[in-house]
Design a protein. Structure first.
Length: 332
């Protein structure tokens, strides 16, 4: 998520931000946050290097400001999530801390090239491009995301790129625009189970529409990975989670992540339960039974999680080592 706080930026271009979810305990159990949600302070050589480079590039992150539980782990593994298309989202989901409003069509056309240069200087192995919803744009920002994917691959052919997009209002031509740019992974999050979708997501979002987006991405490029994510602890039952996993698999999703919902602020939807690590393990086992290529399931797992990214890297490497064609490579 992007902070509303302003700061120095690269002249004439939109600053790049790293997305994160801020953790806050269940207001009903404010002093009873489970021990499994506590993590060590970020440290390590790679974390320190990335932090220094981000400052030099004037890239400001909410990862640090909101004390993301995974910032040290993910930065230490050379992964990051970059927010495109500004800091203002045209939608207002009740679990999300991104500012809602109307950007009135504002887009920085230099952002794709600036992002590619910044990521090249950071020396990352895997980057996730995420975006705010831009219902004010005719294509929802699809062409802008596609240009960024191409710029990243052009600057660093070995870089693995995941495009985590909105639903583009269900316009499949815009989904195809992003897929055709050649991201190694196309991702779109259903976020919550079917019953909770109209209660916590923006009214323009729909559970089946999200499934259609995922299905369209897989149909467009069957050889590429398609990914989605679920938050739990927001009011769903275990059976509803299992139903959602089955829905995602039927839609062609290859990679799924499941994590504990953490309330960004008192204005957002309350945490209804703390899901135990054992239950997350059971969710992961069910995902494996359903045939997902990979499932990351745990309290601190987030949509952009380095373990899933490590799987993608491992899945592509054997083909490269053998000298054969790699279906995960971007089109030439």
């Amino acid at each position: 998520m992007r902070s509303a706080r302003s700061g120095p930026r690269v002249p004439g271009v939109t600053a790049v931000h790293l997305k994160v979810v801020r953790a806050e305990a269940n207001p009903v159990q404010r002093d009873a946050k489970p021990g499994w949600l506590k993590v060590r302070a970020p440290r390590g050589e790679n974390y320190t290097r990335l932090k220094r480079t981000l400052r030099e590039l004037e890239l400001y992150t909410v990862c640090e400001e909101a004390h993301c539980p995974n910032v040290g782990e993910c930065w230490g593994h050379g992964t990051a999530t970059v927010m495109l298309l500004g800091h203002m989202c045209t939608r207002g989901c009740r679990f999300c801390a991104v500012t809602s409003g109307n950007p009135r069509g504002a887009v920085d056309p230099r952002e794709p090239e600036h992002t590619a240069r910044a990521i090249a200087e950071l020396g990352l192995k895997y980057v996730v491009l995420t975006m705010v919803d831009r219902d004010d744009l005719l294509d929802g920002g699809a062409a802008h995301v596609a240009r960024t994917v191409r710029a990243l691959h052009q600057g660093q052919p070995s870089l693995l790129v995941e495009a985590l997009t909105g639903d583009f209002g269900g316009r499949l031509r815009d989904v195809h625009t992003v897929v055709d740019a050649g991201p190694n992974v196309f991702a779109h999050n259903v976020e919550v189970v079917r019953r909770l979708t109209p209660l916590v997501r923006d009214r323009r979002c729909a559970y089946d529409l999200s499934l259609d987006v995922l299905r369209a991405a897989k149909d467009r490029a069957p050889e590429r990975f398609v990914k989605s994510s679920l938050m739990v602890g927001i009011g769903e039952s275990d059976d509803e989670v299992l139903e959602a996993l089955a829905d995602l698999r039927r839609a062609g999703v290859d990679i799924v992540t499941l994590g504990q919902y953490l309330r960004p602020s008192a204005r957002h939807t309350e945490v209804q339960r703390w899901v135990s690590p054992d239950q997350f393990e059971r969710f992961g086992s069910e995902a494996a039974r359903l045939g997902f290529a990979y499932a990351a399931s745990g309290p601190l797992v987030r949509s952009s999680y380095h373990a899933a990214e490590a799987f993608v890297a491992a899945a592509t490497e054997p083909r490269k080592s053998a000298g054969g064609s790699n279906p995960m490579d971007p089109p030439g």
